[in-house]
Write a protein that binds this ligand. Structure first.
Ligand SMILES: [Zn+2]
Length: 295
């Protein structure tokens, strides 16, 4: 593995990379990547774009100029849209990743009529799906139209966060969940403390405020445990106290939980104190349950 996409430098991802390299010979129009963490999903989407555009015999070679530009997010035929970027931020300081808003979808639609700049397939990466229904609906129309020169790649922590109509049009692949480093007993204690806090608003803060109780890797594991719990609840397979605390929420609230978990991961990556990240998340979930009359 070259150093171009260091997030993928993990033997657990080898098989998925091989699958994508093979799939690129006859790529599905819409690929959905779920699982892993956010950085891995984006890196895997860029690997996919490289597999669909690199002209070397061993594509993706991860060495040539095409692969290098794709990995840096700078390749003209690889476009990235993120629903979490506001329209205003996008207009005031447009970055390499653009806002997923109606105007940009319209522009994209017009662009899709033109052939790509290079010899590969234009790859459109879409992530950060928000609660606004208009965007997914407009997007659905774009994804439904035949686009022989273009492939789309949707990114989500869990496929359940997307409209079922989007998922049913997609070829879905799942990145493995990050390796569990913490002892499962320690993690289970945190899950139970969080579940109890969601029920009665007590106990968790004593645990987070204990000196050196939480470092970033443990907090990351706790967030992943919450994501697993959410995935079980969404699949109707609740099991254990944390699942039970989440299972009483309605579907929009569960989607909101998914977005907050992503944000919490983001905060950890930006070195926010792990205890504060967990406390903020727990407080939000507690208030969300209260808003649904669950206390
Ligand atoms: Zn290449």
């Amino acid at each position: 593995m070259s150093g171009l996409l260091p997030e993928l430098d993990d033997p657990a991802l080898d098989r998925l990379r091989q699958t994508l390299s093979r799939l690129a010979r006859r790529p599905p129009q819409v690929l959905l990547l779920e699982g892993g963490d956010e950085a891995q999903r984006l890196a895997m989407a860029r690997f996919w774009a490289a597999a669909c555009n690199c002209q070397q015999p061993s594509a993706p070679c991860l060495v040539c100029p095409v692969c290098t530009q794709i990995a840096a997010g700078e390749y003209l035929d690889c476009l990235t849209y993120d629903g979490r970027i506001s329209k205003r931020d996008d207009e005031e300081s447009p970055g390499l990743t653009r806002s997923l808003n109606m105007d940009n979808i319209r522009t994209l639609k017009a662009l899709l009529r033109d052939a790509p700049h290079g010899q590969g397939r234009r790859t459109v990466i879409l992530m950060g799906f928000g609660p606004r229904a208009e965007v997914p609906n407009a997007l659905l129309k774009v994804l439904e139209e035949p686009s022989p020169h273009t492939v789309f790649c949707l990114l989500a922590a869990q496929r359940e966060q997307l409209l079922p109509t989007l998922v049913s049009r997609s070829f879905c692949l799942t990145l493995p969940w990050p390796v569990r480093h913490q002892s499962s007993a320690a993690l289970a204690q945190w899950e139970d403390a969080l579940a109890a806090f969601l029920q009665n608003g007590q106990g968790l803060l004593d645990k987070t405020s204990a000196r050196n109780a939480l470092d970033a890797p443990l907090s990351g594991e706790i967030l992943v445990a919450c994501q697993r719990s959410l995935a079980r609840v969404l699949a109707g397979q609740s099991n254990g106290p944390l699942d039970a605390a989440l299972a009483s929420l309605d579907t929009p609230a569960l989607a909101q939980c998914g977005r907050w978990l992503e944000e919490a991961h983001d905060m950890l990556r930006h070195s926010v104190t792990p205890a504060r990240v967990l406390e903020a998340l727990a407080a939000r979930l507690f208030v969300l349950r209260r808003g649904q009359g669950l206390h």
